[in-house]
Design a protein around this ligand. Structure first.
Ligand SMILES: Nc1ncnc2c1ncn2[C@@H]1O[C@H](COP(=O)(O)OP(=O)(O)OP(=O)(O)O)[C@@H](O)[C@H]1O
Ligand SMILES: [Mg+2]
Length: 417
């Protein structure tokens, strides 16, 4: 190393080029010339300052050789013509330098020209930007999923309102058709009685021609069959109407829109049965329903929302059953914890180990595109959580999946505000 003023190293290979040296000394970027044996042949003042920022030993404060310790071996392994660039970090000071390596010659032998810049602030800002960007992305995803859930909940609510509105409208005509049918049954039985009475009274007194004409009419209209069938037809119509009435009532119970919405003590089993009737069309060809009910108290809840949970679970159970199977409904009351529970067990495939921890995630679905949105369980989870309860999902020992909804029988005052 030539004899230089402290902190200054000259370029021995360029002793006669004072302009170049003056230029290098003005640069804000640290410049080092290092030979293959990692000996420093030149360092500009900026490199000295960088070294100073690393080293807290004032004796050795501006020795740029200490910068070399930061550089990776792969940089020194570069071939004569190779370039290298990258960031290096000093663990102790946490400073980050951007380093670029160019081929150089010292006394005609391959060496390294190194440019170093302190990028600690810039990298810090970049990292901070990246972190904030990640946070924003997460918040955006969260908002998007919340919006989807809201839309879904709104859709359910408006379907409920629509159903309740239709149910209300259907109720009136059903009412008078039902009462008319009762009158019709009474009138026809009276009329038939009268016809039979006339027949008995007049038949012996009629001449043969009139009797033959009456018999012809009687045969043509199949009077005996009609007089037997008429009351049966009316009864069947009444039964059909009864069924429509029950469905309408189920729709009303399901949506609860005709009552003032809000928390009330409700019979969960009634809600479960109404909901089962609503989704029965989807289940009837594949599932047999078994009931294992034990007594349970009325549960303070938002009934239409709990019915929505039952609907999601019943539909999922139906989907899980391939061809034919059984859905077992059970319920019970844990008096010690004052909790009521309802469980829905199906005889389907069960839940795979990968799906189990993700069931309640919004948009998690294993159903084909366009079939499931993957929101059913996440919405149900939210509803049950709002009630201070929980949904447990498991694979049953006898095969199939079992979902248990556990709800507190009473709600603390603050929840109902
Ligand atoms: N009874 C069940 N047996 C097996 N897997 C089930 C059962 N219930 C739910 N799963 C699994 O959980 C996933 C999520 O259910 P979730 O109800 O949230 O959405 P989905 O039924 O796929 O769609 P949708 O939004 O229409 O309800 C289902 O795709 C299915 O893989
Ligand atoms: Mg579902």
């Amino acid at each position: 190393m030539p004899d230089n003023p402290p902190g200054r190293f000259w370029l021995p290979s360029q002793p006669n080029n004072p302009e170049l040296v003056a230029f290098l000394e003005m640069l804000e970027e640290g410049v080092l010339v290092v030979d293959a044996a990692r000996a420093v042949h030149y360092a500009n003042p900026a490199a000295g300052l960088l070294a100073q920022s690393l080293d807290d030993d004032p004796e050795d404060a501006s020795n740029p050789a200490c910068l070399l310790a930061l550089l990776p071996d792969m940089l020194f392994a570069c071939t004569a013509s190779e370039r290298w660039s990258g960031d290096v970090r000093d663990v102790r000071s946490a400073l980050v330098f951007a380093v670029r390596r160019y081929p150089w010659l010292v006394d005609g032998k391959p060496a390294h020209l190194l440019l170093l810049r302190d990028v600690t602030e810039a990298r810090h800002r970049q990292n901070e930007l990246r972190r904030r960007h990640g946070e924003l992305q997460q918040a955006y995803a969260h908002l998007a999923s919340a919006q989807e859930q809201l839309l879904q909940a709104e859709k359910m609510a408006s379907i409920g309102q629509l159903a309740a509105g239709i149910a209300h409208e259907i109720n009136n005509p059903i009412g008078y058709v039902h009462s008319n049918l009762v009158s019709l049954r009474d009138y026809t039985s009276g009329l038939l009685e009268l016809i039979h009475a006339y027949e008995h009274a007049l038949a012996p007194k009629l001449d043969e021609t009139t009797l033959a004409a009456l018999t012809e009419v009687r045969t043509r209209i199949d009077f005996d069959f009609v007089s037997n069938d008429l009351p049966e037809l009316i009864n069947e119509s009444r039964e059909g109407l009864e069924r429509v009435r029950r469905i309408v009532q189920d729709l009303k119970d399901f949506s609860h829109a005709e009552r003032k919405a809000g928390w009330r003590r409700s019979d969960l089993l009634k809600g479960l049965e109404s909901t089962l009737n609503i989704v029965w069309n989807d289940l009837k060809y594949k599932a047999k329903i078994e009931r294992q009910f034990s007594p349970m108290p009325l549960v303070e809840c938002l009934p239409s929302e709990i019915n929505q949970v039952f609907m999601n679970l019943l539909l999922n159970a139906g989907h899980a059953i391939g061809e034919r199977g059984t859905i077992t409904l059970s319920c019970g009351h844990n008096a010690a914890r004052n909790e009521a529970w309802i469980s829905i067990l199906d005889s389907g495939e069960g839940i795979s180990a990968e799906a189990l921890p993700r069931l309640f995630d919004p948009f998690f679905t294993t159903k084909p595109v366009g079939t499931g949105t993957g929101l059913g369980l996440s919405i149900s989870y939210g509803i049950v959580k709002k009630h201070g309860g929980r949904i447990e999902a498991a694979n049953a020992t006898e095969g199939g999946a079992v979902f248990t909804v556990v709800l507190p029988v009473s709600q603390p005052e603050r929840v109902k505000d």
